[in-house]
Design a protein around this ligand. Structure first.
Ligand code: HAM
Length: 442
């Protein structure tokens, strides 16, 4: 016997009823985004590898260790082989599309959202997968469209607070920081490098290496013994120039005015190279080690880094898998009503009479079609089931059962039982749709 094939490590099948929750999250996100005048963008799931190397940064974990990259063979003499990569994130792709379609030439701010899979070769664990889904948005445009304004940062953060509230996610924390301009960051890197010289030998092996190669990454260290040393390091806010300081102060003032609560996190520098000024994460205690529900920030130089015009922007991506985990954990505490269909149609006939069964099943299908076209959700039973089995099946999935036997077929009067109240009613077929559309009596 050949071995059974399974989904690849770090990838998952999503099945009903869980997929209903995914759809609910996506519908809520789309509804909130529409109110903020965002439009949907769909970019390819794979791109030229150079986009991520130049956009996200060659030295980042994502680009150096986690990408699914392959050499795409040439299929004709005229074609060249090309290095392609499954997108590990979508900001670089959206900015590529912004440049390619000259969206900046409209002079308007582009407010674009996306929902879709991303791919990173990470060590799988709860909340961390190799294929995962992000719901994200980017607000980008020429400076003349107001793309650099701190109001845009605050509006994006306020929208996220609204979206999480509408998803019913409680207990989130908005952590916020500013990483300044590229020049500010270079200055801070030097300050950190200097400050790390005397203490690096007391730190973990990774930090000893980072202290030399990329001091900023020391701030991401999770080793408990290193934490007091890291907390005592100089803070990036002290390396910001006046313009970056003023920008950050305006973002915080607008958040205060909109009553969006936040916590300053001086260590939030984020793992992608394109960030400038505002960076943020929304975390949730219920998620365990992978506690970031979403992350984002400003990327004022990204467009130029990949060959485009000046186009400052700000955006975020939510880990949809993590939204699902958080909502599921909350719903365990307060389970929602199980979604049930409006009615189960139970065709009942003489199980030994093939011809009669065929007739009654066909009539049941016609009735189901009629009711579904009237907007009702219907589960269709099978005439070969006995009465008891039909009731058991119906009780699991539907609010009511509609019995369709020879008598009902002849008389045009159907028997409807409402499971919640236990009441049984005779309903003429012409009134059935209206009857089933009524709210339940109990
Ligand atoms: P990121 O922090 O790399 O940022 O990812 C954003 C979110 O995606 C994370 O907070 C997390 O919820 C989710 N996520 C990341 N990796 C995984 C994984 N392996 N499994 C499950 N969920 C994951 C970005 O991707 C930026 N493009 C965000 C952004 C948009 N910045 C500006 N605009």
């Amino acid at each position: 016997m050949s071995s059974t094939l399974k989904a690849v490590r770090g990838t998952r099948d999503l099945l009903p009823p869980e997929t209903a929750l995914w759809n609910r999250i996506e519908a809520t996100a789309r509804s909130v985004f529409a109110r903020y005048n965002l439009g949907e963008i769909r970019t390819p799931v794979f791109e030229d590898t150079a986009l991520f190397a130049r956009g996200v940064g060659q030295e980042t974990d994502i680009v150096s260790k986690e990408m699914y990259t392959w050499e795409d063979r040439a299929r004709a003499q005229s074609e060249k082989p090309q290095s392609l990569t499954l997108r590990p994130e979508n900001t670089a792709g959206v900015v590529r599309a912004y440049i390619e379609h000259k969206l900046g030439e409209t002079g308007q701010l582009q407010k674009l959202y996306y929902i879709g899979p991303q791919f990173r070769r990470e060590r799988p664990q709860k909340g961390r997968y190799r294929q995962f889904s992000q719901i994200g948005a980017e607000v980008i445009g020429p400076p003349t469209a107001g793309s650099e304004s701190p109001l845009r940062d605050a509006e994006v953060l306020e929208m996220l607070a609204t979206l999480l509230d509408e998803l019913g996610i409680t207990g989130w924390t908005l952590e916020i920081n500013s990483v300044g301009s590229a020049a500010d960051r270079a200055r801070y890197n030097d300050v950190l490098r200097e400050a790390l010289v005397p203490i690096a030998p007391k730190m973990c092996i990774d930090c000893q290496r980072r202290a030399v190669t990329n001091p900023l990454r020391v701030l991401d260290c999770k080793v408990p013994e290193d934490q007091p040393l890291i907390d005592a390091l100089p803070k990036i806010v002290d390396s910001l120039d006046d313009a970056s300081k003023a920008h950050f102060a305006s973002v915080l003032a607008a958040l205060d005015a909109a009553s969006v609560p936040y916590t300053r996190n001086h260590r939030l520098v984020r793992g992608l190279d394109y960030y400038t000024r505002t960076t943020f994460e929304f975390t949730h205690g219920g998620l365990g080690a992978q506690n970031a529900l979403l992350g984002g920030g400003r990327y004022d130089g990204l467009s130029e880094a990949i060959g485009g015009p000046k186009a400052p922007g700000i955006g975020f991506a939510m880990g949809e898998d993590r939204l699902v985990l958080t909502i599921q954990a909350q719903e365990k505490l307060a389970p929602p009503q199980v979604a049930q269909v409006d009615a189960y149609i139970a065709p009942l006939g003489d199980t030994k009479d093939e011809a009669a069964l065929t007739r009654i099943n066909a009539a049941a299908l016609a009735l189901a079609r009629e009711l579904r076209r009237a907007g009702l959700s219907i589960e269709l039973g099978d005439g070969s089931f006995r009465l008891k089995k039909s009731f058991e099946n119906a009780d699991k999935v539907a609010r009511r059962i509609v019995i369709l036997g020879e008598d009902e077929l002849q008389s045009g009067i159907l028997t409807v039982k409402d499971f919640a109240s236990g009441t049984q009613t005779k309903v003429p077929r012409a009134e059935l749709a209206a009857h089933l559309a009524q709210p339940l009596s109990a």
